[in-house]
Design a protein around this ligand. Structure first.
Ligand SMILES: C[S@@+](CC[C@H](N)C(=O)[O-])C[C@H]1O[C@@H](n2cnc3c(N)ncnc32)[C@H](O)[C@@H]1O
Length: 290
């Protein structure tokens, strides 16, 4: 049985980076007047109580979303994300004008960006988180929920009928095999739906597996963008997440410029030590002239 529960980590620095990039990509898709699908292979519970027992255990959101909360100097991209978080949190019972007590996960954020004809497909394996997810989105026709393996679900979902789609792959990497599964899923998905936009989240840890995944992804002959933010050091025993990355395949053309503008500011705001840093790399295959 999987032990990971995202409720212990909701709204931390990694959620901020992941959800900021997700919202920037979805805003681009929404602004083009054609339907699209969003597939979230590892959905989690969908919405989290920051004043609940799990989130309060390490209060990770205090070094994440709480550092952006109620500031009046947010860059526009961050402002859009924080405003959306605020709207969803308020609707879920977070008191107005006070500290944030609810945080929307990727399903809630993505669902809020859907327009007529768009669809959101969610996969979640953990029975308790799936029950919570169903409680949040049950009854919305444009949202379908599946309790099962997101990697298998992705295979069965591609290509999406509108031939426009965003895929978020966001495992907990609780199992070492997840690194390999992610890469295999990406390779397979590109064969099925080469024009899709794929967002792959990964942690920055002392253990080396994430670096191998990053290197393998960066060797793919597709258009990609990779943003990594390191905000803290490992703890005394060498454990703990130092930061995280988002690898985006077929990113909207505006995304790199948006992130170049925002990442220095965001890294400074979320820094927990003087060595905090970000890296932004991108690649575009040369067109073959046959
Ligand atoms: C990092 S959390 C997801 C957070 C969510 N995407 C968000 O941003 O709000 C990862 C989730 O994947 C679930 N999970 C683990 N293995 C899975 C699998 N093979 N298929 C689907 N879900 C899985 C876990 O139970 C956990 O809820």
């Amino acid at each position: 049985m999987l032990a990971y529960r995202h409720s212990f980590h909701a709204g931390n620095h990694a959620d901020v980076l992941k959800h900021l990039v997700l919202m920037a990509v979805l805003a681009y898709f929404r602004d083009k007047d054609k339907p699209y699908w969003v597939i979230d292979t590892h959905a989690g519970a969908g919405l989290y109580a920051l004043d609940g027992k799990h989130a309060q255990t390490n209060a990770e959101h205090l070094d994440g979303i709480a550092r952006l909360w109620r500031r009046d100097d947010l860059p526009p991209l961050v402002q859009d994300y924080v405003t959306r978080v605020a709207e969803l949190a308020l609707a879920a019972g977070s008191p107005e004008g006070k500290a944030l007590t609810r945080y929307p996960g990727s399903p809630a954020l993505a669902a809020s960006m859907l327009q007529a004809g768009d669809k959101l497909k969610l996969y979640e394996l953990h029975p308790s988180d799936f029950t919570l997810l169903r409680g949040h989105f049950g009854g919305r026709r444009e949202v379908s929920m599946h309790q099962g393996d997101g990697f298998a679900g992705l295979k069965a979902s591609l290509p999406p009928p509108p031939r426009r789609g965003v895929v978020l792959i966001d495992p907990s990497y609780e199992l070492k095999d997840d690194y390999r599964h992610v890469f295999d899923a990406v390779k397979d998905s590109l064969l099925r739906f080469s024009q899709g936009t794929y967002l792959i989240w990964y942690p920055v840890l002392r253990r080396p597996e994430w670096q191998r995944l990053k290197e393998r992804l960066e060797r793919l002959e597709v258009k990609w963008l990779n943003v990594v933010m390191r905000v803290t050091q490992p703890d005394d025993e060498g454990f703990g997440m130092q930061g995280s990355g988002m690898f985006v395949i077929n990113p909207p053309w505006v995304l790199e410029g948006q992130l170049r503008e925002v990442m220095p500011w965001l890294t400074e705001r979320l820094a927990q030590y003087p060595g905090a840093e970000f890296q932004l790399r991108s690649f575009e295959p040369k067109l073959s002239r046959g």
